[in-house]
Design a protein around this ligand. Structure first.
Ligand code: SF4
Length: 375
């Protein structure tokens, strides 16, 4: 795995040097032993057993990351999508949805000059829309790399190796590509992106070519059994990931699953806790859908082991049409996010997520060199 970030501009090279020489603040980059694997009883836990599970997860998070939480912003640059996932309102068969592509200049102006001070990283997200990648995302990354110190993540779907390379050369270092469902038959039935094998191949390809890859799965999908939920852990553990999310299934209004029940909140929160115990070193986001699942769901996610929050900076006029779940999505403003962190006794991380991964990689490389010299 290529451990060095690909940024090519003078600014980013300078930034990389500064980062490499800086101590890791409160964030502990030690990679621990991973000997926990969840049981069905863990994922089904309620009452005192659930409190115990989530307290263990919170303790593991504090031991690894202290009280700091990464603060990232997201901009949703296009809601066009060539895929047709049954659980998503942006599926191509949804003809009711007004499709948009944001303007690069509009996003750049806002992110360069008006972003909240707490934001260290940006995630640029789209439906699976290669046109938007070329026309909006690539120029936006180049602008941000040139004009800001922001770490850059992208969540753009399954693309070609050439486009992955161009995105890395432009300055993005984190790729978010969720495997969504670990059960291949259910993956196909719910028309998740491409094919199951292709999705996993791309997760590995991205990691092998030097991206920090974060993946994720959906808890509580219609037809998902406890064994099916457990399979997600087996798959996540086997993949070359730096982070993983758990999203609760929320039935989307304009999807074939509109009449299905929403995810059980215990399954979702216990899955976050179990993921944290399985991989204390992973970055685990609190997704905004936790607030659609239950009142204070977002804060509960932080309590169960999440350590990344996301402020939504998608321009107001198009945000309503980015309907992964349903139109009345819960928009995480800076105020919501910072209030949730403070209410849980946490603080925004001083080190950005991309810088954290870079420091981690540098430490791992140093460790490898030391052990090689000792042989
Ligand atoms: S989940 Fe992603 S790939 Fe699937 S329809 Fe929605 S935006 Fe497209």
């Amino acid at each position: 795995m290529n451990l060095v970030a690909p940024a090519k501009t003078a600014n980013s090279i300078l930034r990389m040097k500064c980062v490499a020489s800086k101590p890791a603040d409160n964030l502990n980059s030690r990679v621990p032993e991973h000997d926990y694997y969840p049981t069905g009883a863990d994922l089904n836990a309620g009452g005192p057993a659930q409190i115990e599970l989530q307290t263990r997860a919170a303790t593991a998070t504090r031991a690894q990351f202290g009280r700091e939480v990464f603060v990232r912003a997201v901009v949703e640059a296009s809601n066009f999508c060539r895929e047709n996932c049954a659980y998503c309102g942006m599926r191509r068969d949804n003809r009711e949805l007004k499709r948009f592509r944001a303007r690069h200049e509009q996003l750049a102006e806002m992110l360069v000059h008006h972003r909240p001070a707490s934001v260290t990283d940006i995630n640029i997200q789209t439906g699976e829309d290669p046109v938007a990648v070329r026309e909006i995302v690539l120029p936006l990354i180049e602008t941000l790399r040139r004009e800001t110190p922001l770490g850059i993540s992208v969540c753009l779907g399954t693309l070609t190796p050439e486009i992955y390379r161009e995105l890395r050369s432009a300055g993005a270092t984190i790729y978010i590509i969720k495997f969504e469902i670990a059960d291949a038959a259910q993956y196909e039935k719910l028309e998740a992106p491409g094919t199951f094998d292709e999705r996993l191949r791309h997760v590995r390809l991205l990691a092998e070519s030097g991206w920090n890859v974060s993946s994720g799965f959906i808890a509580g999908l219609p037809g998902q059994t406890l064994d099916g939920l457990l399979k997600n852990f087996e798959l996540a553990r086997a993949l070359p990931l730096r982070g993983c999310s758990v999203s609760p299934f929320i039935p989307g209004n304009e999807t074939p699953l509109v009449k299905s029940p929403a995810a059980d909140s215990n399954w979702t929160l216990n899955s976050i806790a179990a993921l944290r115990l399985m991989r204390p070193d992973w970055v685990i986001p609190a997704v905004s859908a936790l607030n659609l699942m239950a009142q204070d769901g977002y804060r509960h996610g932080l309590r169960a082991g999440a350590n990344l929050v996301t402020i939504n900076l998608t321009p107001d006029e198009v945000r309503g049409d980015y309907v992964i779940y349903k139109r009345d999505r819960f928009i995480m403003t800076e105020e919501h996010v910072l209030n949730a962190i403070a209410a849980e006794g946490l603080t925004p991380a001083k080190t950005g997520l991309a810088d954290f991964y870079l420091e981690n990689a540098a430490e791992n490389l140093k460790g490898k060199k030391i052990s090689a010299a000792a042989i």
